[in-house]
Design a binder for this molecule. Structure first.
Ligand SMILES: Cc1cc2nc3c(=O)[nH]c(=O)nc-3n(C[C@H](O)[C@H](O)[C@H](O)COP(=O)(O)O)c2cc1C
Length: 350
């Protein structure tokens, strides 16, 4: 059924249809029983799917990745589609327009997306206004980033400002240092730059009465040495988890023809071709941390089986973005159902 709907949706430019759907969700919010109906159709509730990770209880391990609800104004509406958690953002201290359009492209043959959005968002204060008006009824994370115009040397100040604003309103915070679409952001993963950001954020956290987990989101394009450094820093500093991974710059082995890729130009690739890279990053981090450190897997999860592969590789939770676009509104439910059945089968065969 969704395949048919998808054909029509895919006739419209990705960013345009995304905005239309977000607007529609806003309208549905005011329609009596619409939310309840969506929940009845798309939520799969089983106590066996509950997970405790970094001190939070997730009703299921399937989250919606950052970048979908960039401004933080549709988290409850999106949670109705069966997600165990939603990550809003990435947010920057001030609103910023992002890169010129068009900046988001579907590679249908590859079941992938290339985006060069450039962290367009209405700024952290906009999100807070919504969060004050509309209390989250799901676990809510917030991804924060450096502003595009902020000089590299002042990057840490942007993360600190975002953290100060958002801290009291969300359940966890993610430091996004892996977006390939804003100049200099991925360079923040270098250990000197990263340790300044992390230290400042953790210092600031000490001032608050309530504890909020702080995570870091890494690129799938790091070398082993770079990833080792990030893991070491993460463990030593006292961060609470790693999200692996963001989009990739790698364009190898795509089915889409080169002329189309050239026309698209720069951008981060997500979806099916990213899966193996993200999976091996998750596996590597899990091995390095001896399976004792929370990992959220993100990248190319397009089937329930791939969601399970990520969890089996050592992830505590997973996040989807492209898989939601390509599989439709029942994707989280399908994953949850599959995970539940696998769990039941495994315990029956013991
Ligand atoms: C259009 C688009 C915008 C995105 N924006 C962000 C963002 O603002 N911050 C972030 O951390 N990740 C962002 N991402 C990356 C996703 O959160 C996710 O990590 C990535 O797409 C890999 O997952 P997937 O293969 O399931 O899509 C974006 C992805 C897409 C496709």
């Amino acid at each position: 059924m969704y395949r048919l709907v998808r054909k029509i949706l895919f006739l419209i430019q990705p960013e345009r249809i995304h905005d239309l759907i977000m607007a529609l969700l806003g309208i549905l919010r005011n329609v009596p029983f619409a939310g309840a109906l969506i929940r009845a159709l798309f939520c799969y509730r089983k106590p066996e799917l509950k997970k405790e990770v970094f001190g939070l209880t997730f009703k299921n391990p399937v989250g919606l990745a950052a970048g979908f609800d960039k401004n933080g104004d549709r988290y409850n509406d999106l949670a109705n589609f069966g997600f165990g958690f939603i990550e809003i953002g990435s947010l920057t201290p001030e609103a910023q327009p992002g890169n010129p359009q068009p900046r988001c492209f579907r590679l249908v043959k590859d079941e992938a997306i290339i985006n060069h959005m450039g962290i367009n968002n209405l700024g952290v204060r906009h999100a807070i206004e919504e969060l004050r008006r509309n209390k989250p009824d799901c676990i809510l994370g917030c991804s924060i980033s450096k502003g595009a115009k902020t000089p590299f040397k002042d990057a840490a100040k942007d993360y600190v400002r975002c953290l100060e604003f958002i801290y009291d309103f969300v359940d966890y915070i993610t430091i996004n240092v892996s977006c390939p679409n804003v100049k200099g952001v991925t360079k923040l993963q270098d250990s000197d730059n990263l340790s300044e950001i992390i230290d400042k954020m953790l210092e600031l956290r000490l001032m608050y009465d309530d504890y909020r987990p702080i995570l870091i989101k890494v690129s799938p394009d790091l070398t082993k040495e770079q990833l080792d450094e990030v893991i070491e820093l993460t463990l030593i500093s006292g961060l609470d988890g790693i999200i692996a991974t963001n989009t990739t710059r790698d364009r190898s082995n795509l089915l889409t023809d080169q002329a189309t890729l050239d026309k698209i130009g720069e951008g981060g690739l997500s979806g099916k071709p990213l899966f193996e890279k993200s999976l091996s990053t998750v596996r590597y981090i899990a091995e390095k941390t001896k399976g004792n450190f929370p990992i959220i897997a993100s990248g190319g999860i397009m089937t329930p089986e791939q969601a399970k592969q990520m969890l089996d590789a050592g992830a505590s939770l997973i996040q989807v973005y492209s898989g939601f676009i390509y599989n439709g509104p029942s994707f989280a439910k399908k994953i949850c159902k599959y995970l539940y059945k696998s769990k039941k089968q495994a315990s029956a065969s013991k």
